[in-house]
Design a protein around this ligand. Structure first.
Ligand code: ZN
Length: 238
């Protein structure tokens, strides 16, 4: 059995609900955790601004985790803008539509994120990468699938000539179960922190408050978050 206690992790932390839950999961499991965020000119820069608030509150309000939270890294991946929406040809737009992928999808984005994260983890002596990828809600994203990431784990470990474990604790959870996981990890205070401080809305809206968090309430991301939260609350009440 692998001794996880001595291992140190790097969490891909965007400031959204999923990655915040993964961060709490890692803090419960690893004695030392660093975080990494990627700025690639995405519409919801607001999500990145939520990162600091989440990290600050985790440090101050969860004493068991305070000493485990290490450095936060931010990588500028502006070059991704060159291969996202604006650079799409009409032909590619049609391919996106027939495959059911949204036009906001950056092909292979998560492969790049994990690869960049592995380079940082290697240099800092961290042996696990944690990400909030999930097959249950985002099966349309082939770079989020379990087999994709298991293959990537092998490629990265071979390429670095060291064991780099890719952890995806949300892989088989739906959104309601992700809220439940947050409750299991940090009780109602963690659920509240994630509700208030994390961001999911595609429109970048932080003005409309809903019980499940800030957001426009109309976009697919808000819809997913709302449905998940409402199912979670119903189960709590049952
Ligand atoms: Zn929204």
């Amino acid at each position: 059995m692998v001794d996880t206690v001595k291992r140190k992790a790097l969490v891909l932390f965007s400031g959204g609900q999923d990655s915040a839950t993964c961060l709490a999961w890692a803090l419960e499991r690893y004695t030392y955790v660093e975080t990494i965020g990627f700025n690639y000119g995405q519409r919801h820069v607001v999500e990145l601004e939520c990162r600091k608030a989440v990290l600050d509150r985790l440090k101050t309000e969860f004493p068991n985790w305070t000493a485990r939270i290490g450095e936060d890294h931010m990588l500028d991946l502006a070059l991704l803008g060159q291969i996202s929406d604006t650079a799409l040809t009409q032909e590619q737009e049609i391919t996106f539509k027939t495959s059911g992928l949204p036009s906001t999808f950056v092909p292979a984005r998560n492969l790049l994120f994990f690869t960049f994260a592995s380079a940082i983890a290697y240099r800092r002596g961290l042996s696990a990468l944690v990400g909030g990828m999930c097959e249950t809600d985002f099966s349309g994203y082939p770079d989020c699938r379990d087999n994709t990431l298991k293959a990537l784990q092998v490629a990265i470990s071979l390429g670095l000539d060291t064991t780099m474990v890719l952890e995806t604790p949300l892989m088989w959870l739906n959104k309601a179960q992700t809220w439940q996981l947050a409750e299991n990890l940090g009780g109602p205070p963690l659920v509240d922190l994630i509700r208030i401080e994390t961001h999911t809305c595609y429109m970048g809206d932080r003005t409309y408050w809903n019980l499940w968090g800030y957001g426009c309430g109309q976009c697919p991301a808000c819809e997913l978050r709302r449905n998940g939260y409402e199912t979670y609350v119903r189960r709590e009440a049952a």
